[in-house]
Design a protein around this ligand. Structure first.
Ligand SMILES: [Zn+2]
Length: 252
């Protein structure tokens, strides 16, 4: 079953690359894949995820231009996310739904990194899948929604849409539904802000970013979500129990 999930993940990752390339350009997702440099239509043997890229040594077979590393990386990440879903979700059906949701989240994160915006159609599908997952696992606290959405809505209101976009709020709806518990949502936000701040600091120090430029927050929210799904519960119970221990010591 693991191999099947991984292989399906790879194939979905390949389709994900098509979405990442075409959706921001508002191109139809139908029609055959072609080289972004010369437009040569890819042959079936060039469409095998990861393997084709390695066999072609990362170059187009027609024009020999270098192809972006993004293609095999997205395919591999998608395969690994499908594998992770199998270990996170309680049943096979919920694992399949989670794998699809995480695949969409990966595409959302990459598109957000490129264009600093999230196509609404992807957010809508992501919210739908997250809600199905949370219904299947039976884990949904209203408090999770309140923290996840409230946090972003507040920032949006305070900055009049300057700091974050409405796309981030839609994403927060989906993420809150997917994570289900307030502990996980809090952990996700914490993780996203720490990693986001660290990356922004490095970019500022190396002068790749100025204080005026924007950096997409979607990829960090996606990373935070993955961390929350994989280790969030363990980390949060660790933090909460050490807080309780501190409280105990103070009372003593
Ligand atoms: Zn080419």
């Amino acid at each position: 079953m693991s191999l099947l999930f991984f292989l399906c993940g790879l194939v979905f990752g390949s389709f994900g690359n098509v979405l990442i390339y075409r959706l921001p350009l508002r191109r139809s997702i139908q029609g055959r894949s072609c080289c972004p440099h010369c437009g040569a239509v890819l042959r079936p043997q060039h469409l095998v995820p990861v393997v084709s890229f390695l066999l072609l040594r990362g170059k187009c077979s027609a024009c020999k231009e270098t192809l972006s590393l993004q293609y095999p990386l997205v395919e591999l990440a998608s395969g690994l996310l499908a594998l992770a879903s199998l270990s996170i979700a309680p049943t096979l059906l919920s694992a399949a739904i989670l794998a699809l949701a995480l695949w969409l989240l990966l595409i959302i994160a990459v598109i957000d990194a490129y264009i600093q915006g999230i196509p609404d159609v992807l957010s809508a599908f992501f919210i739908t899948l997250s809600c199905i997952y949370t219904v299947l696992t039976g884990e949904l606290q209203p408090l999770a929604f309140l923290i996840g959405i409230g946090f972003f809505a507040l920032q949006w209101l305070l900055s009049k849409g300057e700091w974050i976009g409405t796309g981030d709020i839609l994403l927060a709806v989906g993420l809150s539904a997917l994570l289900g518990t307030w502990e996980s949502v809090l952990f996700m936000l914490f993780f996203a802000y720490i990693t986001g701040a660290a990356v922004a600091a490095v970019l500022l120090l190396t002068k790749k970013l100025t204080s005026k430029s924007h950096i997409a927050f979607g990829p960090f929210l996606a990373l935070g979500t993955l961390a929350a799904l994989l280790v969030g519960e363990r980390m949060m119970s660790c933090i909460l129990s050490s807080l309780q221990a501190c409280e105990g010591l103070l009372q003593f």
